[in-house]
Write a protein that binds this ligand. Structure first.
Ligand code: IPD
Ligand code: CA
Ligand code: CA
Length: 290
C-alpha cells in the first residue's frame, strides 16, 4: 500500500529530505508519555471533572507533552486531546490523543492504563499506537500493514463460539444511571466464559487485537478512546461495527469488536438484548434464602 509520509515535504514545513512514516515517532512519543505517567503513578491526588469523572495531574502533563511534541514536529496538523487540546485548521491530518486511558485505575493505583494516539489522514485512520508502561507493551498499527506488539505481528483469536470466548466491556462514568450496559453484561456473561471490565477501553481493544480477548463492546466512548484501538483490531484481522452490524463511526456511541468469527453470533445476541429477550435475574432474597 502507498506509504503516507509525515507530510513535511508537501506542507513545506520540513527541511527533512526524506519522507518517513509516522509509526516510529509515534511509538517514541507514546513511550515518553508512558514513562511520564509512571513518574506520577502512586503519587497523584484525585480531582473531579464530573461527579465520578476523575482527572489527575498526570493526565494533563501527558497531554501537554504529547501536544508540544506534535506541534513542534507537525505544526500544521489538527488535533483533539481528551484534556481539552484542540487545533482545527482544516489540515488533512488529525491526531486523536488520550494521554491517559484508565484514569480511574491510575488514580487508585490499579496498574491497568495506557497512552493512546491515532493519526487520521483525509478522514481515514492511518496509524495508531497504544503504550502500556506498566508492562512495557507497545501496540502499534499502520493501515494496510498489520498490527504489532513490541515489534511482533499480532492476530485476533481463532475462537469460533461465544460459549468458548472471553469478552470485555466497560461502563462509562458519565450519565451512568442512564446506561443500559448491565443488561448486556448479564446476558453475555451467561453466554461466554466471562466478561472482564478492566477499566481501559484502549487496552481492551489491544487485548482483542492480540487474542487475549475474543470480543469487546462498550457504550458512549469518545473518539480518543477508540481511534487507535479500532485500527489495531482491524489490522489484526478483527471486525468492529456498531450494534446493528453497520460500519463503526468514530463519533458513534456504539463499538462492538470481535475476532470476526464471533461477530454474527454477537450481533444476534445484541439484537435479542435490544429487543428485551434477556434471561431473568434471580431475586436477591431467594438466592440468599432469606
Ligand atoms: C475511560 C476508560 C474506561 C471506559 C470509560 C472511558 P479515561 O477513559 O477507557 O475503560 O470504560 O468509558 O472514559 O477517562 O480513563 O481516559
Ligand atoms: Ca479514555
Ligand atoms: Ca483519558
Amino acid at each position: 500500500m502507498r506509504k503516507i509520509t509525515d507530510g513535511a515535504g508537501a506542507s513545506g514545513h520540513s527541511g527533512m529530505a526524506q519522507p518517513k512514516d509516522f509509526l516510529h515517532p509515534m511509538q517514541e512519543l507514546a513511550r515518553e508519555a508512558g514513562l511520564l505517567l509512571m513518574s506520577y503513578f502512586g503519587k497523584v491526588t484525585i480531582e473531579y471533572k464530573g461527579d465520578v469523572d476523575l482527572v489527575t495531574k498526570a493526565d494533563r502533563a501527558s497531554e501537554q507533552l504529547i501536544v508540544d511534541r506534535i506541534s513542534k514536529q507537525w505544526p500544521d496538523h489538527d488535533l483533539i486531546g481528551e484534556e481539552g487540546s484542540r487545533r482545527e485548521t482544516g489540515s488533512d491530518f488529525r491526531w486523536y490523543i488520550d494521554p491517559l486511558d484508565g484514569t480511574t485505575n491510575f488514580a487508585h493505583g490499579f496498574p491497568v492504563f495506557c497512552v493512546s494516539m491515532a493519526l487520521e489522514h483525509k478522514g481515514e485512520r492511518i496509524a495508531g499506537v497504544i503504550y502500556d508502561p506498566t508492562r512495557d507493551e507497545m501496540f502499534a498499527a499502520e493501515k494496510g500493514s498489520g498490527s504489532l506488539l513490541n515489534g511482533r505481528a499480532i492476530h485476533v483469536s481463532q475462537t469460533a463460539h461465544l460459549k468458548e470466548s472471553l469478552v470485555a466491556t466497560g461502563f462509562p462514568s458519565h450519565k451512568r444511571h442512564k446506561n443500559p450496559n448491565i443488561h448486556f453484561y448479564h446476558q453475555i456473561t451467561l453466554r461466554s466464559h466471562g466478561v472482564r471490565r478492566a477499566g481501559s477501553a484502549a487496552l481492551d481493544l489491544c487485548y482483542l487485537a492480540c487474542g487475549r480477548y475474543d470480543a469487546y463492546w462498550e457504550f458512549n466512548l469518545n473518539s480518543w478512546d477508540t481511534a487507535a484501538g479500532v485500527l489495531l483490531v482491524e489490522e489484526a484481522g478483527g471486525k468492529v461495527t456498531n450494534y446493528s452490524g453497520g460500519p463503526f463511526n468514530i463519533d458513534s456511541r456504539e463499538v462492538l469488536g470481535s475476532n470476526t468469527l464471533l461477530h454474527a453470533e454477537l450481533l444476534k445476541e445484541f439484537q435479542a438484548i435490544i429487543a428485551g429477550r434477556v434471561e431473568g435475574l434471580p431475586s436477591v432474597a431467594e438466592s440468599l434464602h432469606l
